[in-house]
Design a binder for this molecule. Structure first.
Ligand code: ADP
Ligand code: MG
Length: 256
């Protein structure tokens, strides 16, 4: 049975999509069957995995509103063992449409259920908000991965995210657990960065990955070529970091 991991943080630009794309690719290259579910109307993980958003006819939007089955939406990526459930801007309307629908919080869970067995890992890349789409991701997920950018306001918003998690656990999904907290865009030359790392570790005892993702220009260049960094520049620091993170995720899940 595949494990569903939501990658969420309502702050934008913290590395959710970069982590979703590159961790998915790294695990796929290690032989795991991976599905990347894009639920951000920006569709950056769709395009980052090399899928042209303009050619996407059915998307996670259709899954959420119940107009299409997951198996009819999922496409193969060009990268080893990675499938994508794509998204495009049409999902922007879903927030409003879902408000009046039955089981509005569990539509992603229901939609993914028929394909969960076909994968080892299913990553859900969330939009930068705590709206109904992220709520669907948290209700569908076994665990939550939280990327945190190493910057001055890193902890801002985390108490809100954690209170949403507690609410989801109480009301809809009691098994929801923290998969791990990932420090991104690390720059060891800055004192501030070190302080942030210590603060985050205090806030999430034992949950912070030993692997830290460095600031690496190859990571920011790869998406415009529609390639995970592992394929774009295998010898980059970014590729190395996401490979190590994949090993850590495997270890934590008893698979290595
Ligand atoms: P989110 O999905 O949380 O909004 P992204 O993953 O899209 O964040 O990252 C925001 C921006 O920062 C993107 O332009 C991305 O290419 C860049 N970025 C992310 N992680 C790194 C990194 N480790 N080093 C350099 N640039 C990064
Ligand atoms: Mg994103």
């Amino acid at each position: 049975m595949g494990k569903i991991i939501a990658i969420a943080n309502q702050k934008g630009g913290v590395g959710k999509t970069t982590s979703a794309v590159n961790l998915a690719a790294a695990l796929g290259a290690k032989g795991r069957r991976v599905l990347l579910v894009d639920t951000d109307p920006q569709g950056n993980s769709t395009s980052g995995m090399g899928i042209n958003k303009r050619t996407v006819k059915v998307s996670s939007y259709d899954l959420l509103i119940g107009e299409a089955k997951a198996s009819d939406i999922i496409v193969k990526s060009d990268y080893q063992n990675v499938d994508v459930l794509p998204c495009n801007i049409s999902l922007a309307g879903a927030e409003i449409e879902l408000v009046d629908m039955d089981h509005r919080e569990s539509r992603l869970r229901m939609g993914l259920a028929p394909v969960v067995d076909q994968y080892d890992y299913i990553f859900v890349d969330c939009p930068p908000s705590l709206g109904i789409i992220t709520l669907n991701a948290l209700c569908a997920a076994d665990t939550l991965m939280v990327p945190i950018q190493c910057e001055f306001y890193a902890l801002e918003g985390l108490s809100q995210l954690m209170s949403t998690v507690r609410q989801v656990k109480r009301l809809y999904n009691s098994r929801l657990d923290i998969e791990g907290v990932l420090l991104t865009m690390y720059d060891g030359r800055l004192n501030l960065t070190q302080q942030v790392v210590e603060e985050v570790k205090r806030y999430f005892p034992r949950k912070v990955y030993a692997t830290v993702i460095p600031r690496n220009v190859r990571l920011s260049e790869a998406p415009s070529y529609g390639q995970p960094v592992l394929y774009f520049d295998k010898s980059s620091k970014g590729a190395d970091a996401y490979n190590k993170l994949a090993d850590e995720v495997e270890f934590n899940n008893g698979r290595r």
